[in-house]
Design a protein around this ligand. Structure first.
Ligand code: NI
Length: 254
């Protein structure tokens, strides 16, 4: 990855006139910001809203249906800015994962809240997934971009994630269970795929999804895997002991 500061200064130095040819409707080149991207990252009010998918009025031209460009082609300064904007939006949403297209930036960058003890949010640039074995798992998902509903989706039970960090260093992580599901959901976003495309059954109201997840969660408590986020010894912020076991306090939407 090229040093970001020089690239950013060069891009900002172009000014509005210089960027006129990079209007949001133009095809982006891997290393340059479009005018639309520049506005979102440097000028728009914060936090940036989540781009919604209108199920009853689908728009095939939506950024949510595009194959995103490499994020690694951007320098670390611009990537850092994108990371900031995504984290603001994720924090506001209360979700556990977010892909850059969900804030309108068609770049291959995702955030995933790791489901280990610290629950840190990991930024992955140009992530690639490799299933670890043939095992799959059916589980309920919802999406910050698709309001009010969720559904059952089959995912690989465990994956190896290869990605670049914000400094351009190659990293790997082995992930399974719920966390592996988050990675798969977010990487799908980078290819214009929504969980709606992978449904095993009908779309359900979120309350029903929560009920079903709580039921399966109760059966899995004590199992040491990616569902650790609901373990009784680690209540999530804002969820008291009385809520555990029969609610889905957080982390439903991705
Ligand atoms: Ni989503």
């Amino acid at each position: 990855m090229t040093p970001g500061s020089n690239r950013r200064e060069w891009l900002l130095g172009l000014g509005a006139g210089g960027l006129a040819g990079l209007a949001s409707g133009c095809v982006a080149s891997p290393s340059r910001l479009t005018a639309g991207e520049r506005r979102l990252l440097y000028q728009a009010a914060r936090p940036l809203p989540v781009v919604k998918w209108m199920r009853h009025l689908p728009d095939p031209r939506s950024v949510l249906r595009a194959r995103a460009l490499s994020g690694g082609a951007w320098g670390s300064e611009v990537l850092g800015r994108l990371d900031e904007r995504m984290r603001e939006t994720l924090a506001r949403s209360g979700g556990v994962g977010l892909a850059a297209p969900q804030i309108g930036v068609s770049r291959r960058v995702i955030l995933v809240q790791l489901q280990d003890r610290d629950r840190q949010v990991l930024t992955c640039v140009d992530p690639r997934l490799r299933p670890l074995g043939p095992e799959t798992e059916d589980g309920y998902e919802a999406c910050l971009s698709v309001e009010g509903v969720g559904g059952l989706v089959r995912r690989a039970r465990a994956v190896e994630v290869s990605y670049l960090d914000l400094r351009g260093q190659a990293r790997r992580r082995l992930s399974r269970g719920w966390e592996a599901r988050i990675f798969q959901h977010e990487v799908d976003h980078l290819d214009g795929i929504l969980y709606l495309d992978r449904l095993l059954g009908p779309l359900l109201p979120l309350d029903e999804v929560r009920r079903r997840r709580a039921k399966s969660r109760a059966a899995l408590l004590g199992e040491e895997d990616g569902l650790a986020w609901v373990r009784p010894d680690r209540p999530s912020p804002g969820s008291g002991p009385s809520r555990r076991g029969n609610t889905c306090p957080e982390g439903l939407a991705l």
